[in-house]
Design a protein around this ligand. Structure first.
Ligand code: SF4
Length: 369
């Protein structure tokens, strides 16, 4: 068995990052990683080092009221997505949701929505072009009513099974664990576990189906096309198959498959003329596709470890410069660092314009939901 270098092990122990550790007992590096960190690394390894290893974020800059500081511009996309997910959990919740006694569309789309909108202080985005386009809170409420109306018939046949299913903390979804007999085949220097959270799980009468909601800027071309190849949905199905026995009884499990996910897409911008701002489609994954997914995550983690070996020795890691001026539609928050001409100048830029914040914690995120 190949072992990580002593230098890497010492660095991991000293650095105490939330997503990578060294297990003395088995002599293995252990990575507990979610789709967000995996895709961040694939998008730009240099970004990953600043974001997930150093925890560096742009300093909040004072701005006029209602104007979003440059370093926080991406937050609108994230916050809107989080808010939508919260509302979906309310909507499908068997106690408070659309099947419950006393549920009204007004109570859901106006009263509950306003409460959550205010808790998340969404009015701070009122100057954001997308928030303006939606029409602030009232537009959000209209979108919720539209969603409920469009899917009410379909939803009737979906039997709620569980919400907010977190995994990863107890290493319940292994991607790779070292088994000596397998060394000749698929291989990784680290043990890898997937972490994450599935919002909703339903029984549609023939299968157990997780549902994920994605809020998109537009429905140009085929909005589902990207999710057919994205590793996120495959990861949900992969995780679901591992943890289902802890969620449903053996009897139901024997009568239901779980090889698909329902993707519900919500368009925040203008949908194509005459089309509603919602789409819902199942994505299926064969056993072979899931195994291919597993191998891709191993490949990514092997690359991360290889880059870390370089990084801790002060060497450079790859940059994806095609993303520098288009990181989620904006300039990359680390652009100012990477346009410098020396390490010294980079360090000064970090000192002047950035702060170190807690690193994305794949395990704590799941504890807290
Ligand atoms: S500026 Fe470019 S190279 Fe640097 S982290 Fe951002 S995307 Fe990567």
């Amino acid at each position: 068995m190949l072992k990580p270098t002593t230098q890497l092990v010492n660095w991991i122990i000293e650095k105490q990052l939330p997503w990578i550790s060294y297990d003395d007992r088995i002599g293995r590096v252990v990575v507990v990683i979610d789709n967000h960190l995996l895709s961040t690394y694939r998008q730009c390894p240099a970004y990953f080092m600043l974001y997930a290893v150093e925890g560096i974020r742009p300093k909040p800059t004072p701005t006029a009221p209602g104007v979003i500081p440059v370093g926080e511009r991406r937050e609108w996309f994230l916050d809107f997505g989080i808010l939508w997910h919260k509302m979906m959990e309310e909507y499908y919740n068997p106690v408070t949701g659309f099947r419950s006694h006393g549920f009204t569309l007004q109570g859901f789309a106006v009263d509950t929505a306003k409460r959550n909108w205010d808790i998340m202080q969404m009015d701070k985005y009122l100057n954001h072009p997308e928030c303006q386009k939606i029409g602030g809170f009232m537009g959000f409420a209209v979108l919720l009513v539209g969603y409920a109306n469009m899917f009410s018939k379909q939803n009737e046949r979906l039997q709620w099974v569980a919400s907010e299913i977190s995994f990863g903390k107890n290493r319940e979804v292994p991607i790779y664990t070292y088994i000596p007999q397998e060394e000749q085949g698929i291989w990784s220097i680290c043990d890898i576990y997937l972490s994450g959270r599935i919002d909703l799980l339903f029984d549609d009468g023939t299968a157990l189906v997780p549902m994920d909601h994605k809020t998109l800027n537009s429905f140009r071309r085929d909005p589902l096309a990207r999710f057919l190849v994205d590793d996120g949905p495959a990861g949900y199905i992969f995780a679901m198959q591992k943890i289902l026995p802890t969620i449903v009884g053996a009897e139901l499990l024997s009568r239901r498959t779980c090889n698909s996910i329902l993707m519900s897409l919500v368009c925040k911008g203008d949908p194509p003329k005459g089309e509603p701002p919602f789409k819902r489609l199942p994505i299926f994954k064969s056993s072979e596709a899931l195994e291919m997914y597993r191998q891709r995550q191993i490949a990514t983690c092997n690359n991360i470890i290889s880059d870390l070996e370089q990084y801790i020795r002060g060497q450079q890691v790859q940059r994806n410069t095609t993303a520098c001026t288009n990181w989620y539609f904006y300039e990359c928050p680390y652009y100012d660092i990477h346009r410098q001409q020396s390490l010294d100048a980079e360090a000064k830029t970090i000192h002047n314009g950035f702060v170190a914040l807690p690193i994305w914690n794949t395990e704590r995120m799941n504890e807290e939901g």
